[in-house]
Design a protein around this ligand. Structure first.
Ligand code: NAP
Ligand code: FE
Length: 366
């Protein structure tokens, strides 16, 4: 039997009108909430008004920070924390894609520790956050069930995870918020979830529970594959993708991500390639490099694909190719990635700079 280590404290509720039907749960966290969201989508998809109406109903005061950008910066995290500290917020409700929810987790740590600075997000793992409730409006990152928060560090010119572990108290899932997600964001984010399932399944930290979850998530994704190809995003398809994404979060909460995520951050930081696409373009060459052929075959089977070339064709058709990265840039990304022990240790065999460079050059058109 594999070594077992499974911990998932987030309560997950998935039901139509989940926020409206569960207003009383917000009472558990104090009298003052801080809502953190992106620029416009939460207004359009109704998630923000659902949350504000239940807070009003429950008599909970709230402030709103509504300008979290994609790939949130540490400056934004500090601005959210400043608001939360001044307003003495007791808990945070992160509404949106991974960016606002991740920013909520990092800001929650700073709010709970008034003297902490951005640097403590990377050197003081014992710091705790105020409670975070996650209301996801994309189906991709799974951040509603992970303890991770990925932020953009403009000083170090990269994206990186904070060192604290912040599991949301609740993940409130309602597919109605995702119904008008544009097709390309739906595709990119779903492929982020696929990357989590694949990297989590292949990880050196995978265990019997995370594998069972990953297999279920891959099966759900496989059931949606043809509809993703056709961009036929019905409510049923979106709900399956939402579930696959949340399950994928539960997988990487145990197993972490590995090479595609570590390598993709450079593509996002330097070439503004959306997170899901950045992982997805590397995924086929990464699987070519993985040694556990049985697990690779199982992934393809669950995705209803014959072989890795079929996976490559699917990803290429959905994401398009990336041809803006020079060979010199790939070399410099490989130089940095080979020092990223957090990601390398999640791969089951030793990884050299040349292995990393080969995955880049095989994946990206020069
Ligand atoms: P995102 O950056 O949160 O949002 C992307 C875009 O989608 C934004 O323009 C947003 O608009 C829009 N959007 C969000 N929900 C929408 C909806 N329902 N309808 C229409 N548009 C909508 O995208 P994401 O892919 O979900 O998150 C990516 C971030 O998560 C990255 O920083 C990545 O590194 C991180 N991530 C975290 C984890 C983790 O475990 N913590 C795992 C993987 C990735 P608005 O700005 O108007 O809201
Ligand atoms: Fe991701």
């Amino acid at each position: 039997m594999d070594f077992m280590n499974y911990y998932m404290p987030t309560k997950i509720l998935l039901v139509e009108d989940v926020v409206l039907k569960n207003s009383s749960l917000f009472n558990n966290f104090g009298e003052k909430a801080l809502i953190v969201t992106g620029k416009t989508s939460s207004i359009i998809n109704g998630s923000l008004s659902d949350v504000t109406s239940v807070l009003q109903k429950e008599g909970i005061l709230y402030d709103i920070f509504n300008s979290v950008e994609e790939n949130p910066s540490l400056e934004t995290v500090e601005n959210i924390a400043e608001l939360g500290r001044v307003q003495k917020s007791n808990f945070i409700i992160g509404i949106g894609g991974g960016s606002p929810i991740d920013a909520s987790k990092a800001a929650g740590v700073l709010i709970n520790n008034p003297t902490a600075t951005r640097y403590n997000l990377f050197d003081s793992p014992h710091l705790k956050s105020i409670p975070v409730i996650a209301v996801p409006t994309t189906a991709g990152t799974g951040t509603e069930t992970t303890p991770y928060s990925i932020v953009t560090d403009n000083e170090l010119q990269t994206k990186r995870g904070i060192c604290q572990r912040v599991f949301p108290e609740y993940a409130l899932l309602d597919v109605k918020y995702l119904m008008f997600l544009p097709a390309q964001i739906t595709i990119n984010t779903s492929i982020d979830a696929l990357s989590h399932l694949v990297e989590g399944y292949m990880s050196s930290k995978a265990n019997v529970v995370s594998d069972a979850l990953a297999e279920k998530g891959l099966k759900l994704f496989g059931e949606c594959l043809n509809m993703i190809k056709e961009k036929d995003f019905t409510c049923i398809v979106r709900e399956k993708l939402m579930l696959a994404s949340t399950i994928a979060g539960m997988v990487i909460a145990q197993s972490g991500t590995s090479l595609p995520h570590g390598m993709g951050y450079a593509l996002t930081y330097s070439h503004n390639i959306p997170h899901g696409k950045a992982n997805g373009v590397l995924l086929k060459s990464y699987l070519d490099f993985c040694l556990d052929e049985n697990k690779v075959r199982k992934i393809l089977y669950l995705l209803t694909l014959e072989n890795l070339d079929d996976l490559g064709d699917f990803l290429n058709a959905m994401l398009g190719s990336v041809n803006t990265v020079s060979y010199e840039e790939m070399c410099s990304y490989a130089d940095k990635m080979v020092l990223n022990n957090d990601k390398l240790k999640n791969h089951t065999s030793p990884v050299t700079r040349e292995d990393i460079l080969k995955i880049y050059t095989d994946s990206l058109k020069i």
